[in-house]
Design a protein around this ligand. Structure first.
Ligand SMILES: [Ca+2]
Length: 267
């Protein structure tokens, strides 16, 4: 009898704990934003997208992997015919040396900053010509990169976001990204838009809207509907690539080796 009572007490406690945990994870989940896909265009499947941004009427994009990393630029507007779309050359293309795995990309004061994954090296290129200018070094991994117009903002695969001063890439501030109490790891491609930081999560179809001061997740976008619109062959072809297009007041979203990009508007 005593044993039975203890057992039922412990079962009751376990159930209460499960309910509490379920409630707290529910309470932590940031609000889901609604969105509309207002346009789509081709994306060259050769691009293993790591960084994506819009400047004026052009995209700038980095493509990863060793021995094949690239920095490219191409127009947002596409030719009319399907063949012309598929065969359109890049406006400019710069091969990144074989020892580097290119990662995130940011544009600040006419310089393109390219992170590398494990090489602890930031590569700097001239925006107009894509010519290489110099490198700077840093600690840790390089995943995503963006800018608020003052700092270069870097993700490294963890929940930490580092703010670097552009002149020497020294860290001036870090934030930890949390949805409620839960740290969100594996933050990848970044975009700074409308005063907020937006981040992909690696191997996840969500993009988070983050308070750049505190790291608090304010809302999330579930973009699994985009992935269902592209034919993918392998599990590494994940959603990755967020670029704010101020002329269209919407985000261009793509993924690694995706054949399409989508223009996503949040009402
Ligand atoms: Ca971006």
């Amino acid at each position: 009898m005593v044993l039975t009572t203890q057992l039922s007490r412990s079962l009751l406690c376990t159930s209460l704990l499960l309910i509490t945990n379920a409630w707290s994870s529910f309470a932590n989940a940031a609000e889901e934003l609604t969105y509309e896909i207002i346009a789509e265009r081709t994306h060259k499947p050769v691009l293993f997208t790591q960084g994506l941004l819009v400047d004026g009427d052009h995209f700038y994009e980095t493509s990863g992997l060793y021995n094949q990393s690239l920095l490219v630029t191409y127009p947002i507007a596409e030719p009319a015919s399907t063949w012309a779309k598929i065969s359109a050359p890049f406006t400019k293309k710069q091969a990144i040396p074989n020892q580097y795995f290119a990662e995130g990309l940011a544009l600040l004061d006419n310089k393109l900053y390219v992170l590398t994954w494990m090489e602890k090296t930031l590569l700097i290129y001239d925006k107009a010509t894509l010519t290489y200018e110099k490198t700077m070094s840093y600690s840790g991994e390089g995943w995503g990169l963006t800018t608020d117009g003052k700092s270069l903002i870097r993700s490294d695969g963890s929940a930490t976001i580092s703010f670097h001063q552009p002149k020497d890439f020294r860290i001036t501030k870090t934030i930890t990204v949390k949805d409620g109490d839960k740290e969100i790891n594996q933050l990848n491609e970044l975009e700074y838009a409308k005063g907020f930081l937006w981040a992909n999560i690696w191997h996840d179809d969500r993009i988070l809207k983050i308070d750049p001061q505190t790291g608090k997740v304010l809302a999330q976008l579930n973009l699994s509907a985009l992935k269902s619109k592209v034919k993918l062959d392998n599990s590494e072809q994940v959603l990755n690539g967020i670029a704010w297009d101020p002329n269209r007041n919407a985000f261009w979203i793509t993924g690694k080796q995706w054949p399409k990009m989508f223009l996503v508007k949040i009402p």
